[in-house]
Design a protein around this ligand. Structure first.
Ligand code: ATP
Ligand code: MG
Ligand code: FE
Length: 356
């Protein structure tokens, strides 16, 4: 089976061609991603209208390029998978309409994919992981701890009650005068900083529910920065290091509880339990160290796909389509609509109704 994947939910325009074999393994035949970063950086964040227009401009030639790189044509692919949500509605419309048009013109089935499902299933392509496993998704738009029980079968155990983690990095960078996107900038500055200097809050630490909160942390950073006049480069580094430390401690507590819950619900697993990380914040080395040591302590395998597959891409969308197709799950009708909000759990309910 070979699928063309299309992703346009945020600020990356992406197309990919991926194959799946009888034994369940996969092969990435083409992976093309065009980041719109330059177009948005002047505004300090993603501007939806600019994003949608940029997707329109780029998508056709990106799909062409993916097909050429894969050495294939539309007539040699078995299906099309396009992101249908969640995300910015303008971008979703562009990608899904393009997918529908190709499906219509070629008579091939269309799979309307949940972007979060793409993130959740990537490790089955890269690491052959079997169900169940836990996934921590940390990106600019999402912060969720999800139990992945099967294809279309997800349970959200925790989510942020305010800012996403990537958003917290971006906002912290902005108020310290660092450029967008802030994550890499904060990490770079933190490397030269003193993490002990500021004692920032560790929101929700100690609570039994598995949610996250980062807006209080951002406020504490602002207050720290305002209390220093003038703010030196060293001050910025110290703030960034202390900020990252607070996040590490918070994740250590929150995710640690998640791992314990997993062990309670799946006590007799045949294989080693696993925690998977996805999303752009997975690039952060301190976060990786924290999660690695947490997993070591609890007897979990820590799995981080290559960074290019952690951030937004079309390979994961193609792969989610392939997994559905391989299970014999029905394709979507061509009147399927994009959804700016689309929780993963909702898909699971729909699937139960379908009778899996
Ligand atoms: P979505 O949430 O819809 O998946 P997104 O574009 O916001 O989309 P990604 O592209 O996966 O998400 O990730 C971007 C985010 O990752 C930004 O918030 C960025 O600051 C953050 N990020 C990138 N590198 C690092 C890093 N080294 N440390 C911390 N955060 C980082
Ligand atoms: Mg992005
Ligand atoms: Fe994403």
């Amino acid at each position: 089976l070979r699928i063309l994947g299309i992703e346009t939910s945020c600020d990356e325009t992406a197309a990919a061609v991926v194959s799946r074999f009888e034994d369940g393994s996969g092969l990435i035949e083409a992976d093309v991603v065009l980041s719109q970063l330059d177009e948005h950086s002047a505004y300090g964040g993603v501007v939806p209208e600019i994003a949608a227009r940029a997707h329109v401009d780029a998508l056709d030639s990106l799909i062409e390029e993916a097909l050429v790189r894969a050495g294939t044509t539309l007539s040699d692919i078995d299906a099309i998978a396009a992101t249908a949500g969640p995300g910015l509605i303008g971008g979703l419309l562009v990608g899904l309409m393009t997918g529908k048009a190709i499906a219509r013109a070629t008579g091939k089935p269309l799979y309307a994919i949940n972007h979060l499902e793409g993130h959740a299933l990537t490790v089955r392509l890269t690491d052959n992981l079997t169900f169940p496993y836990l996934m921590l998704l940390v990106s600019g738009g999402h912060t969720q701890l999800v139990l992945v029980r099967g294809i279309g079968d997800y349970q959200r155990w925790g989510t942020t009650i305010d800012d996403a983690l990537g958003e917290a990095f971006d906002k912290t960078a902005k108020l310290l005068g660092l450029p967008y996107p802030g994550g890499p900038e904060v990490e770079r500055a933190a490397a030269k900083g003193d993490a002990q200097r500021f004692n920032f809050p560790r929101p929700l630490v100690g609570e039994t529910r598995l949610d996250f909160s980062f807006s209080g942390l951002k406020t504490a950073v602002r207050q720290a920065a305002e209390s220093i006049e003038p703010v030196s480069g060293q001050d910025i580094s110290d703030i960034c290091a202390s900020f990252q430390r607070a996040i590490s401690r918070t994740l250590d507590d929150r995710i640690g509880r998640g791992l314990l819950r997993f062990l309670t619900e799946f006590p007799q697993g045949d294989s080693m339990p696993a925690l998977v990380v996805a999303g752009g914040v997975a690039a952060n080395q301190e976060l990786r160290r924290t999660l690695q040591s947490l997993c070591d302590r609890h007897g979990f395998r820590f799995v981080a796909p290559p960074l290019g597959l952690c951030t937004d891409n079309a390979v994961m969308i193609a792969w989610a389509g392939l997994e559905r197709m391989a299970l014999g799950m029905p394709a979507d009708a061509l009147d399927v609509q994009p959804r700016s909000r689309w929780p993963l759990d909702a898909g699971a309910q729909a699937l139960l109704a379908y009778g899996k």
